[in-house]
Design a protein around this ligand. Structure first.
Ligand code: GAR
Length: 205
């Protein structure tokens, strides 16, 4: 059983997919703690509804940007470590992870992004995909490094782009893919089937 800590900022539908997967047993793990950088994030309610400890830790509690970044992340590491977290999952977390968080959990921080990376990193990935005119979109789960959405890719899932898609309709379709591949990536890691070789991730059968 892998112990998970999930960082969130908003709606929390990916967190819900993880909580449900753990409850149903499709993910061999348990969410030990959920932390939001935004007070009142709906994701916090999803955690408490399942009896999972949920906290808000805001960067501004630790002073002004950028001085707050290190003490803010030190607090994240402390809360995660005190809940015996093995793997940190960024699930709709809207901040860039820094050295302090990544050194606290080396190669143990993963993120989900709503595009087929390396296409469309950063903000508004679904709009970027529509504006570019791609015919296939999707989502990626990757190990976080200091780059923006550039770490080694664990798993990707694709979906069609329809001619009449809006950002909302495409986002909904991508989200269904996200809810499938994020639990799958966590399961592969929990099963010890994920090896990282430089940029490349090998998934053992
Ligand atoms: C998801 O689409 C996730 O891929 C995206 O934010 C949304 C969060 O939804 N994350 C990023 O864009 C990170 N670069 P959720 O709160 O319902 O899981």
């Amino acid at each position: 059983m892998i112990s998970l800590g999930v960082l969130v900022s908003g709606r929390g539908s990916n967190l819900q997919a993880i909580l449900d997967g753990c409850e149903e047993g499709s993910i061999p793990g348990r969410v030990q703690v959920v932390i939001s950088n935004r007070p009142g994030a709906p994701a916090l309610g999803r955690a408490t509804a399942k009896g999972v400890p949920a906290f808000t830790v805001e960067p501004k509690q630790f002073g002004k940007w950028p001085g707050c970044k290190v003490p803010y992340e030190q607090e994240l590491v402390e809360v995660l470590a005190s809940h015996n977290v093995d793997l940190v999952v960024l699930a709709g977390y809207d901040r860039l992870a820094g050295d302090t968080l990544l050194n606290g959990f080396p190669m143990r921080v993963i993120n989900i992004h709503p595009s087929l990376l390396p296409a469309f990193p950063g903000l508004n990935a679904q709009k970027q995909a529509l504006d570019y005119g791609v015919k296939v979109a999707g989502a990626s789960v990757f190990f976080v490094d200091l780059s923006v959405d550039g770490g080694p890719i664990i798993i990707q899932g694709s979906c069609e782009v329809h001619e009449n898609d809006t950002v909302e309709s495409l986002s909904r379709r991508i989200l269904e893919t996200e809810h499938r591949i994020l639990p799958e990536a966590i399961t592969l890691i929990a099963q010890g089937r994920v090896q990282v070789h430089g940029r490349k991730v090998k998934v053992l059968p």
